[in-house]
Design a binder for this molecule. Sequence first.
Ligand SMILES: Cc1ncc(COP(=O)(O)O)c(C=O)c1O
Length: 389
Amino acid sequence: MTYDFKTLPNRLDQHSEKWRLTENNPELLQLWVADMDFQPFPEMRQAIVDYGQRQIFGYNYASESLFESIMDWEKDQHGYCFDRQALVLVEGVVPALSIAVQAFTAEGDAVMINTPVYPPFARTIRLNHRRLISQPLSVVNDQFTLDFQALEQKIVEEGVKLYIFCNPHNPGGRVWSHQELLELGAICQKHGVILVSDEIHQDLTLFGHEHHSFNTVSPNHKEFSVILSSATKTFNIAGTKNSFAIIENPQLRKAFTKRQLANNQHEIPSLGLITTEVAYRHGKPWLTALKPVLEENILLVQEELSKKTNIKVLKPQGTYLIWLDFSAYELSHQELAEKLLEEAQLHLNDGLTFGKEGEKHFRLNAATPQFVIKEACRRLVEVFGCLIN
Ligand SMILES: Cc1ncc(COP(=O)(O)O)c(C=O)c1O
């Protein structure tokens, strides 16, 4: 089966969040929100068409076959086996973050994240009136790394109760190693910290890197962890809404599901139930075909920008997101943002939304046909290439 990763679908008449600003400015290229400009595989489209042809659109329950498809995927793709009762469906990973914060901490408690990181992490902590503890990532050899000593010190000093960790990491695309996760787990266990591992990007590992689900690294981890994941990011079905938590510790699971029910967040959209199962049962060939497309796009951005501009490219080990560092330019963050949007006509994610470490950084979404990436690079070279000193 061949898939079309070359055509840019017209998303302008679909209320696409990503392409919204292009509705009034056709020149503007959208390389921000983390969804892909690629059609899902035919079985997915057919399943959604079949759903549309039903006569009745009432409430649906999650079938055992759906649970099995998630468990099979986790086992086959990530070597992660767990009991059926550990699996809890949630409408989205972001809602699950709120449930975890509310279930495991009280107002004023310290919750840690590693910045820069996916903006809803900090937002969830702040809006739930917990204390946001940011432990910045360091860049070593052009990759984000964890400073374990500083991290442990902060856990102790601040009395951290909960740690929301992004594995693989957005926006850096780091696929954390077995050893790193082992060290992280040992620190959490030692200090009684509950770790939420957001693994939504788990399937999108690239360039030979291998994802390790936090719980596969040590049998101890399941005692104090909540794993969150979803088929939606991998298979470009984010709008259909469905995700899952794997909570092996029964006490943690009980606290989580109680809070979920208290919030009336226990129901999953019918379409999400369908798309998740179809994704996990039929999506592997599409995913296999997608990865070289993403790799080529990333290499192209890296090559063009490193040769022709002073923009530093953090090559992701996974995800389709590229963290770009513009700090070599003697321009303020605001000036850089304006140049990108107004001169290059490119809409990237503003780095500051990921934390203060994101100053003079922007995130580029490479999951779009290659001609779009080429045009984006051409514009970046045109605007920033001439500023090389
Ligand atoms: C790390 C991370 N978590 C969660 C999400 C979104 O999850 P959901 O759509 O299931 O709420 C994203 C989307 O980009 C993400 O990058």
